[in-house]
Design a protein around this ligand. Structure first.
Ligand SMILES: Nc1ncnc2c1ncn2[C@@H]1O[C@H](COP(=O)(O)OP(=O)(O)OP(=O)(O)O)[C@@H](O)[C@H]1O
Ligand SMILES: [Mg+2]
Length: 214
C-alpha cells in the first residue's frame, strides 16, 4: 500500500536532546500545515509500552542479550503495525524518538550483536516502513550523561543508563558509522551546541528537505 505521510526519526545517546528535538520537529511540521504524530521507541502503542517497561525497568532477573534484542524488535513490529503505518497511510507526519538505528547502535555496536541478525529482524519488523529522514544528535558522551542525570534528578537510572562509559562511547561511534554509510537519509546535528543553535540546525535541515517539496 502507498504511504503519503512523512516519517522522521531522532537518534542519539542518552541526554543528547532527542525529546527536545522531537518537539522542535513537530512544531516545524505543524507550522507548515501538517498533521503530526509524536511517538517514541521502545513503545508508542499500549502493547509496545508494556514491552518498554520490561526493557527499561525490569530487575527481577537479568535480561539475556538475545531476549533484549527480540523484545526491541517485538515492540517495534507492534509500533509499526498499529501506530506508525496507519498514521503514514492517513497522510500524517510521524516524529519518533529513536527507531532501528538505536538498535544498530546499542545492541549492535554497544553489545556486539551480529549485524546480519539485526538487519534481518529489522526488515521483518519494519515491513517496509523506513524513515524518510533521520536526525542524529551527536555530542560527547560526558555532556550527554551530565544532561541526562540533571534531567533525571532523584529518579533512578534505567537498565541502559546503568551501563559503563565505554558502552556509550561504542554507541556514539556506532551511530556515526551508521550516519556516514547513509548520508541520503541521516543528517548529523551538533547536539553539544546550546538549545537555540541545535533547533536552528534542525529547522535548516527541515527547510531544505521539505519546504520546497510541498
Ligand atoms: N542543546 C542543549 N543544551 C543544553 N541542554 C540541553 C540541550 N538540549 C536538551 N537539553 C537539556 O538536557 C536534558 C536532556 O534533554 P532531552 O530530554 O531532550 O534528551 P534525550 O536525548 O531525550 O534524553 P534521554 O535519552 O535521557 O531521553 C533536558 O533537561 C534538556 O532540557
Ligand atoms: Mg528523551
Amino acid at each position: 500500500m502507498t504511504m503519503h505521510g512523512v516519517f522522521v526519526t531522532i537518534e542519539g545517546i542518552e541526554g543528547a536532546g532527542k525529546s527536545t528535538a522531537v518537539s522542535c520537529v513537530a512544531e516545524w511540521f505543524t507550522e507548515h500545515g501538517y498533521d503530526v504524530l509524536c511517538s517514541r521507541e521502545p513503545g508508542g502503542t499500549p502493547v509496545a509500552e508494556d514491552i518498554r517497561r520490561i526493557l527499561l525497568t525490569s530487575t527481577e532477573e537479568e535480561l539475556a542479550e538475545p531476549a533484549e534484542l527480540l523484545l526491541m524488535f517485538a515492540a517495534r513490529a507492534q509500533h509499526v503495525a498499529r501506530g506508525i503505518r496507519p498514521a503514514l497511510e492517513a497522510g500524517r507526519v510521524v516524529v519518533c524518538d529513536r527507531f532501528t538505528d538505536s538498535t544498530r547502535a546499542y545492541q549492535g555496536a554497544g553489545r556486539g550483536i551480529d549485524s546480519g541478525v539485526i538487519e534481518s529482524l529489522a526488515a521483518y519488523a519494519e515491513q517496509g516502513v523506513r524513515p524518510d529522514l533521520t536526525l542524529l544528535l551527536d555530542l560527547p558522551v560526558e555532556i550527554g550523561m551530565a544532561r541526562a542525570s540533571a534531567r533525571r534528578g532523584t529518579s533512578s537510572k534505567d537498565r541502559f543508563e546503568r551501563e559503563a562509559h565505554a558502552f556509550f562511547e561504542r554507541i556514539r561511534a556506532g551511530f556515526l558509522r551508521i550516519a556516514a554509510a547513509d548520508t541520503a537519509r541521516i543528517c548529523l546535528v551538533d547536539a553539544s551546541a546550546p538549545i537555540e543553535r541545535v533547533q536552528a540546525q534542525i529547522r535548516a535541515i527541515l527547510d531544505d528537505r521539505f519546504e520546497t517539496a510541498r
